[in-house]
Write a protein that binds this ligand. Structure first.
Ligand SMILES: NC(=O)c1ccc[n+]([C@@H]2O[C@H](COP(=O)([O-])OP(=O)(O)OC[C@H]3O[C@@H](n4cnc5c(N)ncnc54)[C@H](OP(=O)(O)O)[C@@H]3O)[C@@H](O)[C@H]2O)c1
Length: 286
């Protein structure tokens, strides 16, 4: 039996949809079952929280494979490492972790450093593991949908740095492939979308699809921090995101691979397709 952590999130919900589509039974550990949106006739839902050990132990009963993805949080590293240990002790033989492309011994920002530390912890547990290290999510553009709708522009502190943005739904589908097919133990998959482009080009692609001119405004790190501070209350999170964007501005995501397409057996979702599918979110405010 497979256990999904993070099944209500962007990556985890796509993994859940892929498992449902292939009629693979799974259990989802969720904090609020009533809001999880799962049909309890088809999905086994376990109420739980990664900060509640008893709920994790209950959810792990009979589980052999698990996907672990969690939103960024000050306690993320500690909670993910605790879950991994509990999973190994409960007999999980293969753990799939969503990490990030910048994770590695050279990471300087807190979030990828934490992901790398958690990867190393999982490696020490003596179970099979697969690490998914994705590039920048296309879904991050939805955070700028209000600005795009109102001003036909979005601002980021990324200069002319490039990313090979990936649709988070593709990451979830890759997770489902890894959980249901063999040959992925001990693999670190560097997952990207199909194109390595800077944000001026992102604006140009989105303009063409949305049929109106959009601009990317290269923002200073200081201005980014000031704007972000209006939306993010946690000082930890604000520092972590600003550090991460400084790494990205320095080129940490300038890598494109064919791994996503190779694993899915189809092309990775392009920014054009993503923009078409979410065009309503970017539509001008009436
Ligand atoms: N954004 C990017 O560009 C990017 C790129 C590479 C890697 N990543 C990594 O991707 C991960 C985020 O994935 P995502 O976008 O799918 O996240 P997301 O949409 O924010 O979803 C987070 C999921 O974690 C669950 N969760 C949070 N705290 C929990 C807890 N204490 N116990 C149980 N479940 C908990 C949430 O459940 P609720 O519904 O209850 O909140 C939700 O299902 C992060 O680790 C990030 O570093 C992101």
């Amino acid at each position: 039996m497979i256990l999904l952590i993070g099944a209500t999130g962007r990556v985890g919900s796509a993994a859940a949809r892929a498992l449902l589509a292939s009629k693979t039974p799974f259990r989802a550990l969720v904090r609020r079952p009533d809001n999880a949106g799962f049909d309890c006739d088809t999905v086994e839902v376990a109420r739980g929280d990664l900060s509640d050990v008893a709920s994790i132990k209950r959810a792990l009963h009979g589980i052999t494979r698990a996907l672990m993805v969690m939103g960024n949080h000050p306690d993320q590293a500690e909670l993910e490492r605790q879950f991994a240990t509990l999973a190994a002790n409960a007999g999980v033989s293969h753990l799939v972790k969503v990490s990030s492309m910048e994770a590695g011994p050279g990471a300087t920002a807190t979030l990828p450093k934490n992901h790398y530390g958690t990867e190393q912890h999982i490696e020490s547990l003596g179970i099979d593991w697969t690490f998914l290290r994705p590039n920048y999510f296309m879904q991050n553009m939805l955070m700028y949908s209000g600005s795009i709708a109102r001003t036909n522009s979005f601002a980021l502190p990324l200069g002319d740095a490039k990313t090979a943005m990936i649709d988070a739904r593709d990451v979830g589908e890759v997770a489902a492939v890894v959980l249901t097919t063999e040959g992925h133990a001990g693999q670190t998959y560097r997952l990207t979308g199909p194109e390595l482009i800077d944000f001026y080009e992102v604006a140009a692609r989105m303009s063409a699809v949305l049929d109106r001119p959009l601009s990317y405004l290269a923002q200073s790190p200081e201005a980014f921090r000031e704007v972000l501070g209006q939306f993010i209350q946690s000082a930890w999170q604000l520092d972590a995101v600003c550090e991460l964007f400084a790494e990205i501005a320095a080129g940490s995501l300038e890598e494109q691979t064919s791994t996503t397409a190779d694993l899915l057996g189809r092309p990775a979702v392009s920014l054009n397709t993503f923009t078409q599918q979410f065009a309503g979110a970017f539509a001008p405010a009436s």
